[in-house]
Design a protein around this ligand. Structure first.
Ligand code: NAD
Length: 487
């Protein structure tokens, strides 16, 4: 097996196995080959990881913040140094093209560690003048953070959670998705090599039950989940029983609104990026593309012409830009939505089939698919597909587009394309979404807070905003005069 790690878990600075745990296999989605065999963590292993984190956290919180930052910066340097090997591992685990993983996965994780490594030494409370006496606030860590990842950006998600958590002086127990268990272990090795004390970043593998055990653990202070809305609901319910802090990064069905005056090719590029990058397996994707009637046919023609140029094939070939879906289950789900789109009367503009790549007959490939004349009530316009399926919907008026864009329980992201600057800001202000773009889509620089409204999530990752979700404020009143009392 070409990606077998030393053992399944990484606890207290060392690899550990839990042979009693449920078997867990990692497959290369382009071939179906088993690349690693691991075991899920049972309750004893989860408890050991939390105990290690509890001990490690005390040491880490007492480490001067600038020194904490230095460790994160060193880890970032190691990630960058090993970017190719990490990218190849991520491609094997997820099936995403190497062309993408070389620039978007470990590299973005490194950027995140650099950002929070730089911020660590600047985190402060405040001084509050009370006229003679004063108060101050201390910014303190929360304690042990349980972090749970999805499978689409495994190492990036691990870094987006670990970097701000560690910068603030917390320790982390990370559970990767059972579908992509491998790169988090490499991150654990790198953090240790960078000087992170043992126990401060632990990895436990497992399915939902391992995650649930972690979330329920009484010594965990905070839970940060990236996953679907149904999982988010369960995790929030479990966390509520012990009143834990929660950050939830969940699913979406985001709108991308293209007005008649938009730059046509830029809007088409953005729609392609918003639907077909990572074979459409991105939470913030703009999967409902509302196109104003005047530009609709030109938009569809250009979109079809450019989508035909997608190069599908072996994800390890850097010329390939379209890889397989991550798993058989995801493949079945996506293709069943394509069938639903056809059955419910949407017009197929391109794609719409299970694709076959000659040299990879067992690969889980789906052709980038565009449906036009999609109506709001259709299943493909309402539910998150999480695959390369774009829905194009027509609209006439601005108010109508905003109202229809908002008519969903999701609120993760949104985009608008127009050359009218006033309209751009007015439309964005009217959209119920946590992360928005004007004249581009899906760019998520680490400095910019990221997260959802409505059912798409609670809390924010990235930027200064994440600090608020990984630390707590202690207020201290300092009396400078005498203490008066009634008697
Ligand atoms: P999922 O909800 O099936 O699983 C996410 C994680 O939660 C996995 O690690 C899983 O093992 C764990 N889990 C499952 N049940 C659990 C439980 N009861 N308690 C604790 N943990 C549990 O999601 P997925 O299929 O891995 O990922 C796809 C979903 O993630 C999509 O909905 C996508 O939109 C969303 N996502 C969101 C973001 C974001 O930042 N908003 C980013 C990536 C993916």
């Amino acid at each position: 097996m070409r990606a077998q790690p030393q053992a399944s878990h990484f606890i207290n600075g060392a690899y550990q196995e839990d042979l009693h745990g449920r078997p867990l296999e990692s497959l290369y989605p382009a071939t179906g080959e088993v690349i690693a065999r691991l075991h899920a963590a049972g309750s004893e292993t989860v408890n050991a990881a939390v105990a290690a984190a509890r001990t490690g956290q005390k040491i880490w919180a007492a480490t001067p913040p600038v020194e904490r930052g230095r460790v994160l910066l060193q880890a970032a340097a190691l990630l960058r140094e090993r970017n190719r090997a990490l990218s190849e591992l991520e491609t094997l685990d997820t099936g995403k093209p190497l062309q993408e993983t070389l620039v978007a996965d470990a590299a973005s994780g490194a950027e995140c560690l650099e950002y929070y490594g730089g911020l660590a030494g600047t985190l402060t409370g405040e001084h509050i003048d009370l006229g003679g006496s004063f108060a101050y606030t201390r910014r303190e860590p929360l304690g042990v953070v349980a972090a749970i990842g999805a499978w689409n950006y495994p190492i990036q998600i691990a870094c987006w959670k670990a970097a701000p958590a560690l910068a603030c002086g917390n320790a982390v127990v990370f559970k990767p998705s059972e579908i992509t268990p491998l790169s988090a272990l490499k991150l654990a090795e790198i953090l240790q090599e960078a000087g992170l004390p043992d126990g401060c970043f632990n990895v436990v593998q497992g399915f939902g039950e391992t995650g649930a055990h972690l979330v329920s653990h009484p010594d965990v202070a905070k839970v940060s989940l990236t996953g679907s809305v149904p999982t988010g609901t369960k995790v929030a319910g479990l966390a509520a029983q012990t009143l834990k802090h929660v950050t939830l990064e969940l699913g979406g069905k985001s709108p991308l609104i293209v007005f008649d005056d938009a730059h046509l090719d830029n809007a088409v590029s953005a729609a392609i990026n918003a639907n077909f990058y990572s074979s459409g397996q991105i939470c913030s994707n703009g999967t409902r593309v509302f196109v104003q009637k005047g530009i609709k046919e030109a938009f569809l023609a250009r979109l079809a012409e450019r989508t035909a140029k997608a190069r599908m094939g072996d994800p390890m070939d850097e010329a390939v830009d379209t890889g397989p879906l991550v798993s058989q289950a995801q493949y079945e789900k996506v293709t069943s939505y394509i069938e639903a789109g056809k059955a419910e009367g949407a017009r197929l503009v391109c794609g719409g089939d299970r694709a076959r790549v000659e040299e990879l007959p067992d690969g889980l490939f789906v052709t980038p698919t565009v449906f036009a004349d999609v109506a709001d009530h259709m299943t493909i316009a309402r539910e998150e597909i999480f695959g390369p399926v774009m829905c194009v919907l027509d609209f006439e008026a601005e108010d109508e587009a905003v109202a229809r864009a908002n008519a969903t329980e999701f609120g993760l992201a949104a985009g608008v394309f127009t050359r009218d600057i006033t309209r751009a800001h007015r439309v964005i202000a009217g959209l119920n979404a946590g992360t928005c773009w004007i004249n581009t889509y899906n760019l998520t620089p680490i400095q910019m807070p990221f997260g959802g409204m409505k059912h798409s999530g609670i809390g924010r990752e990235n930027g200064h905003a994440a600090i608020e979700h990984y630390s707590q404020i202690k207020s201290v009143y300092v009396e400078m005069g005498d203490v008066e009392s009634a008697y």
